[in-house]
Design a binder for this molecule. Structure first.
Ligand SMILES: *Cc1c(COP(=O)(O)O)cnc(C)c1O
Length: 391
């Protein structure tokens, strides 16, 4: 019986301390949230700039809902493509310095659509081992030969590119790795791509809005452009505090996706009000640099405090600041202890990360203050100290 198998699989997950359960939020996303009826200081959201509950976004959302209603009512290619979607696409193209941009309902769907439109059977996809799950699934869906290389290992990537047979070549990587917080070696990848006649695609879900002089992401930060990174994907549900995703690039790329990306064609368009709220967010991003600057100051403050306590930091300069613990049990235990003290920090376990690399994924937001970080450091210090004694 099929359900017997599910039951067995769930049981195994439970035994491995990897069972996942949802908890119920009854407040907006913010650094102070109410979860399962309790108040927490939040260190686990991707709302890096604190825009998810910003009054300007809410105002635009409401105004657009008054004007356009709630549901878009159909796919973009039927009559679901509203003025708000279109204006947002034009603004995203201008912001990223590209000819065109195309909105997708989620980042997951964008990745499925992009990779499976670009590649077909017989082509080669080169992917970092730590790429986001959606990029892995996208590779499988494309039917291309999937070649995963060791994390950020440009020697390994070069070898795989050299050994690859016929067919088109696409290199794809997270810009900021979602569970590690480190950056892709994007300059090297860009020159390798040119040398080896491959195309480069960057998924900048955690860099867009946060990195670069104007917040346009890792490509801007690296001083690269649309020629060296022809396919740029970004999400709108993280730093932008809204929902959805986009891809930006040349006319030809966007027209091909409109015509052929199945996760674009066969799905209902986002509510126009969501696009309107995102436009507001983009305006704030351009007008107010202080959120990005404050966030980077907080990251430096945290790193200094955490290294003084010799916490097991990973080499990250982004808002994603994981503490590597190893055993899932340990990550879950610490996350629970912190929970009891009112800190919300998620334990990330396999299969989201490799075996024996369970961690606490701490994320910072421009809404935090140094005192919030002080409190967290104090709690971590006494917990780890206590644990050392127990061991
Ligand atoms: C979150 C994330 C996605 C998926 O984006 P959604 O809009 O949440 O579906 C894709 N890629 C990376 C690297 C991500 O972190």
């Amino acid at each position: 019986m099929l359900f017997e198998r599910l039951k067995q699989q769930l049981h195994e997950r439970e035994q491995a301390h990897c069972y996942r359960r949802r908890r119920i939020m009854s407040s907006p996303q913010s650094i102070r949230v109410c979860l399962d009826g309790r108040e927490y200081l939040n260190f686990c959201s991707n709302d890096y700039l604190g825009l998810a509950n910003h009054p300007e976004l809410i105002k635009s959302f409401k105004q657009a809902a008054n004007k356009y209603g709630v549901g878009s009512g159909s796919a973009h290619l039927i009559n679901g493509h509203s003025k708000e979607h279109h204006a947002l696409e034009e603004e995203l193209a201008a912001f990223t310095g590209r000819q065109r941009a195309l909105l997708f309902s989620t980042g997951y769907m964008a990745n499925l659509g992009i990779v499976s439109t670009l590649l077909e059977r017989g082509d080669n996809l080169f992917a970092d081992r730590l790429n986001h799950a959606s990029l892995i699934d996208a590779g499988i869906l494309s039917r291309a030969r999937l070649q995963r290389y060791a994390h950020n290992d440009m020697v390994a990537l070069t070898e795989k590119l050299t050994q690859s047979g016929k067919g088109e070549k696409l290199i794809v990587s997270d810009g900021v790795f979602s569970m590690d917080g480190d950056l892709a070696a994007i300059e090297q990848m860009a020159s390798l791509a040119v040398e080896r006649d491959a195309m480069l695609m960057i998924d900048d879900a955690h860099g867009f809005g946060v990195l670069g002089k104007t917040g346009a992401g890792i490509v801007e930060q690296a001083g690269l452009d649309a020629n060296s990174v022809p396919v740029l994907m970004g999400t709108l549900g993280k730093a932008l505090g809204s929902f959805g995703a986009f891809v930006a690039g040349d006319e030809i790329l966007i027209e091909a996706l409109i015509n052929r990306a199945r996760s674009y064609v066969y799905t209902t368009a986002l509510p126009p009000a969501v696009a309107a709220a995102t436009r507001s967010s983009l305006r704030l991003l351009k007008k107010e640099n202080w959120r990005r600057e404050k966030l980077h100051g907080l990251i430096a403050y945290w790193k200094q405090g955490a290294s003084q306590l010799a916490l097991p930091l990973l080499p990250s300069d982004t808002a994603i600041q994981p503490l590597l613990l190893g055993a899932s049990e340990k990550a879950v235990y610490l996350s629970q202890q912190l929970d009891e003290q009112g800190f919300l920090i998620s334990a990330i376990r396999p299969p989201t990360v490799p075996k024996n690399q369970a961690r606490l994924r701490i994320t910072l937001s421009a809404e935090h203050e140094q005192t919030d970080i002080d409190h967290l450091l104090e709690a971590l210090e006494s917990l780890l100290h206590k644990e050392a004694i127990v061991e």
